[in-house]
Write a protein that binds this ligand. Structure first.
Ligand code: 16G
Length: 229
């Protein structure tokens, strides 16, 4: 983007007006500023439909983007309260906790913290997860196929650690997705907390009206034409 000074000259507006315009465009995600480098037009958001159980690798390849995974840590830890509840374990049962930064075309997209019951996937502990698909390794090394998942989505703001690793400002909006994935025997295999950059992701869903099966009945609609008939 042109600098504030250039915008001032080009459009005959005050420096304050140019600055306000840039700030507003940054706030709504059209621009991002890099200290010492300048202001850049933001990349378009990745559109992610919330319908199929897909992996990050599959999602990125489908878009022609190169998927990446930087491993931050892999450790055996007691499940703790939330993962234990999600995975149907005791809080003291061990899980493999895998923290990874997910990249698309080299750009940080999401921070993922996966928890897998150690008893189901101990073979993963020694696997090289760098730039690898966890879902593929779960299948190849542990013989586990994921067939369904339940997922929630909520807004959070980036804490200093998340901001640094995702290369966004502290306090930036992030989308927190929590997913529990199950195998064909209905065993929970993975509980994941994924933090997606709010400036790079848009989640979409196709919705259909249900006709009474859940007690939800569409209201009778009276259709009138513009002439009142
Ligand atoms: C998705 C899943 C995550 C899974 C990953 C596997 C969400 C919220 N997260 O990012 O649970 O671990 O895919 O991707 O959808 P991979 O096979 O490329 O490692």
């Amino acid at each position: 983007m042109p600098s504030e000074r250039e915008l001032t000259e080009q459009f005959g507006v005050s420096r304050m007006t140019a600055r306000q315009a840039l700030t507003e465009l940054e706030r709504i995600g059209y621009l991002h500023r890099m200290q010492g480098k300048g202001t850049f037009v933001a990349s378009p958001k990745v559109e992610q439909p919330l319908v199929a159980l897909t992996s990050f690798t599959e999602d990125m390849l489908r878009r022609g983007m190169n998927p990446g995974a930087r491993v931050i840590s892999v450790e055996d830890v007691p499940a703790g309260r939330k993962p234990a509840r999600a995975l149907g374990l005791a809080e003291t049962d061990m899980v493999l906790r895998v923290e990874r930064l997910r990249l698309a075309a080299g750009e940080p997209m999401a921070l993922e913290i996966s928890h897998l019951p150690t008893t189901l996937c101990s073979a993963l502990r020694d696997a090289n997860l760098e730039d690898q698909s966890l879902y593929r390794l779960i299948q190849e090394r542990c013989g586990l196929v994921l067939v369904r998942a339940s997922q929630s989505l909520e807004a959070v703001s980036a804490n200093p650690y998340e901001a640094e690793i995702l290369r966004v400002h502290e306090g930036s909006p992030l989308l927190l997705l929590e997913r529990i994935s199950y195998d064909p025997q209905n065993r929970p295999v993975e509980f994941v907390r994924s933090l997606y950059r709010g400036d790079r992701y848009r989640f979409t869903a196709e919705l259909e009206r249900r006709d009474g099966t859940d007690g939800i009945v569409p209201p009778a609609v009276e259709v009138r034409t513009a002439t009142g008939r």
